[in-house]
Ligand binder design. Structure first.
Ligand SMILES: [Zn+2]
Length: 303
């Protein structure tokens, strides 16, 4: 799977025997990212066979403890295992101060560089981009500044119609340009249009992560048509007042956002410890958005 999401923790606030605190492992075109890092994330990684040193970057949505208290432990383990590869941490700016204090008082020197990139919870921002992947953040509505993240796998190169290109005299060195969508001209001045010599490649795929947030239709434009959406669904309708008070969402609200954004599939998570499982959430979400499920720790979902 060149683009997948593995759930490392899907509980909210306190861990239970079946659910760790929020964390997800994203594999996208051979890049490996961690979203959030609740306490116990490194133990969950061991349990589910996720290699620590593969992680290139960590994205922290907000500074509530159940989303980042596991980070210093994970970094410390990476250090003990002799990591040398630098790591990027995208997070609210205060996290740099917190981690630096923890590292300073620990007294050990990290064997690798940590690059902090402060996130901005006011508008959509491109956090990271290379030739295969683009990661954006966007604002959520929660008790403290919180961002969602959107991971997009860029469109694959177009497929070259090799026989046609050969018979029409396209130069070999122009093949890769045509595949990238660029029109070319040969030495005799004849033009070859990419669209006439190629077929479309696999289209862009995207995954959006929304935790934690109250019901907010203002996020819909950021989620429009994503293939896979994770939206927190801490509560069922019975506890809608509690959802409002704590700035969290219900399963119906998550499903409504998924429907409005026309997403391919909805994953719900961040289960309140008052529930044994997500069955009631699924029952409430299905009439609004059929392609909904409640995630389980350890499961991997293709995008
Ligand atoms: Zn929170």
């Amino acid at each position: 799977m060149s683009f997948s999401v593995q759930i490392l923790g899907s509980g909210s606030a306190v861990p239970t025997s079946s659910r760790g605190l929020t964390s997800q492992f994203i594999s996208i075109s051979s890049r490996h990212f961690l979203i959030d890092c609740g306490e116990g994330t490194q133990t969950q990684m061991r349990r589910f066979g996720v290699k620590f040193q593969r992680i290139d970057a960590v994205f922290i949505s907000h500074l509530h403890g159940d989303h980042y208290f596991g980070l210093i432990g994970l970094l410390s383990t990476m250090n003990l295992l002799g990591r040398v590869k630098p790591i990027k941490i995208f997070a609210p700016k205060e996290l740099e101060t917190i981690l630096n204090l923890q590292i300073e008082y620990d007294g050990s020197r990290m064997s690798f560089d940590i690059e902090f990139i402060a996130t901005e919870a006011k508008q959509e921002t491109v956090l990271f981009e290379d030739e295969k992947v683009i990661v954006r953040s966007f604002p959520l509505s929660h008790k403290v500044p919180t961002t969602g993240f959107k991971f997009t796998q860029k469109e694959k190169q177009r497929h070259l119609l090799v026989d046609k290109a050969k018979s029409h005299g396209v130069k070999f060195e122009h093949y890769h340009l045509l595949k990238s969508g660029v029109d070319v001209v040969n030495d005799e001045g004849k033009e070859f249009k990419s669209i006439e010599y190629t077929l479309p490649g696999e289209s862009e795929k995207s995954y959006a992560f929304c935790s934690d947030t109250k019901y907010s239709e203002s996020i819909v434009p950021f989620l429009k048509n994503v293939d896979l959406l994770y939206h927190e669904a801490t509560f069922t309708e019975e506890f809608i007042d509690r959802a409002k008070a704590t700035m969290h969402s219900t399963a119906q609200q998550a499903a409504t956002i998924a429907k409005m954004a026309n997403v391919g599939k909805l994953l719900m998570g961040h289960l309140s410890a008052r529930y044994e499982d997500g069955e009631q959430h699924i029952e409430e979400a299905h009439p609004i958005f059929q392609k909904s499920e409640f995630v389980e720790d350890g499961n991997t979902y293709p995008v």
